[in-house]
Design a binder for this molecule. Structure first.
Ligand SMILES: O=C(O)CCC(=O)C(=O)O
Ligand SMILES: [Fe+2]
Length: 382
């Protein structure tokens, strides 16, 4: 599922153009990217980059200072403006105008909400660990060892981790904050973006001012776990997130079809309220190529949500939610992403370390090759 694409389309990141054109670069005559002006492959580490913090740029100032050490030697001491133009041209190549416009519009949309929406519970917009988390979870995170994690985390099916995480009072406050937000949206007739293409109810928490809180949640509480349990799929390098709340029940979405998330690691926590059914069902981890293949019997697993309890799984773990047949089910979802893992994945073809189907095919190839070798040996002996 993507934030704004089809169910299986999880690539909503801009792709570089293959032909090296300056896509939609508004003033290409400013910069020429002739061969002699290419970026260097290794950085000039003794060059001290300039500071770009004071400039109103479409890209992070940090990106400019990082890129500066790779400039062609004759550019290193050029005026800062010239360096900015040169680096902007390169960055534009990797970020088409449509994508930049989308990002800018989204920024403005978020700012409009944050400036106008009056929060109900200001205290949940920053993390207060003792008030948010259960003591057992907090202790495990603070001990920060695989042993401490395993003492509070169950793995009822391969790659699916569940644990008590949130205090009931925090769950209630978050649910009432989202209710309050929904009422405000209704009263002000403000049009808001829903969490993704498949959930039509619920709110994007990042958009209503919880981005910094969720960043801290990912960095301080999820990365330590992901480092241990999702080491091979970008867990240690998670660097962005999409955080939202989904709601199911009568007059809401009732169920959710089989999909994969636009994430490397997904945290899914039940916030309540009271409900029946609505189980999560899992069907094994798959790479893009094998996303529609049959699950093996050991990959079929159902999980019943319990308020306050979290499920942590690979974003590529195929899953869906059965119908919530009565009451209301509300869950907090955090899709955690790793840009470096995504970049690396583009250059790989075999994902047998985590894709069930790649692994099955690899085993089958090995089995055939062993059988062929045996046949050959038998032939020689007879
Ligand atoms: O309803 C649930 O618990 C699952 C939601 C989900 O998978 C998603 O939003 O990506
Ligand atoms: Fe999902």
């Amino acid at each position: 599922m993507s934030q704004n694409g089809s169910c299986w389309d999880r690539r909503n990141q801009p792709l570089p153009t293959s032909d090296g054109r300056l896509d939609n670069f508004s003033n290409p005559s400013l910069v020429s990217l002739s061969d002699s002006r290419k970026l260097c492959t290794s950085p000039k580490i003794d060059h001290k980059p300039e500071n770009y913090d004071d400039l109103q740029l479409e890209f992070s100032p940090f990106l400019f200072s990082s890129l500066e050490q790779y400039l062609p030697p004759d550019m290193l001491d050029a005026p800062r403006d010239a360096k900015v133009q040169y680096m902007k041209a390169i960055l534009y190549r990797y970020s088409p105008e449509s994508e930049r416009t989308r990002v800018q519009r989204h920024k403005e949309y978020k700012q409009r909400i944050i400036l106008n929406y009056p929060p109900l519970h200001k205290e949940i917009y920053t993390i207060h660990a003792e008030n948010f988390f259960t003591p057992s979870f907090l202790k495990a995170i603070r001990d920060n060892t695989e042993e401490s994690f395993r003492s509070v985390i169950a793995e009822p099916s391969t790659g699916i981790y569940t644990f008590e995480m949130l205090q009931p009072q925090f769950c209630e406050m978050l649910v009432s904050e989202v209710d309050h937000f929904e009422r405000w949206v209704h009263e002000t007739k403000c049009r808001i973006m829903r969490p993704n293409t498949m959930n039509h109810y619920g709110a994007v928490l990042d958009d209503l001012g919880m981005e910094t809180m969720l960043d801290k949640l990912m960095n301080d509480y999820i990365i330590p776990l992901a480092r241990v349990f999702f080491a091979g799929v970008g867990g240690p390098t998670l660097d962005s997130h999409h955080g939202f709340v989904v709601e199911y029940g009568i007059h809401r979405d009732t169920e959710l079809g089989l999909h994969v998330d636009d994430s490397e690691v997904t945290l899914n926590i039940c916030l309540g309220k009271q409900f029946t059914e609505g189980q999560l069902f899992f069907r094994g981890v798959r790479c893009d190529e094998h996303v529609n293949t049959q699950p093996l019997s050991e990959e079929i697993f159902d999980y019943s949500h319990v308020p306050g309890r979290a499920v942590l799984h690979n974003g590529r773990h195929r899953h869906g939610a059965r119908a919530t047949t009565s009451g209301q089910r509300i869950n907090l979802i955090l899709w955690c992403r790793s840009s470096s893992f995504r970049e690396m994945k583009k250059y790989l073809k075999d994902f047998s370390s985590w894709c069930g189907e790649c692994r099955r095919k690899k085993k089958e190839r090995e089995r055939l090759s062993i059988a062929a070798t045996k046949q050959e040996l038998l032939k020689r002996e007879s």
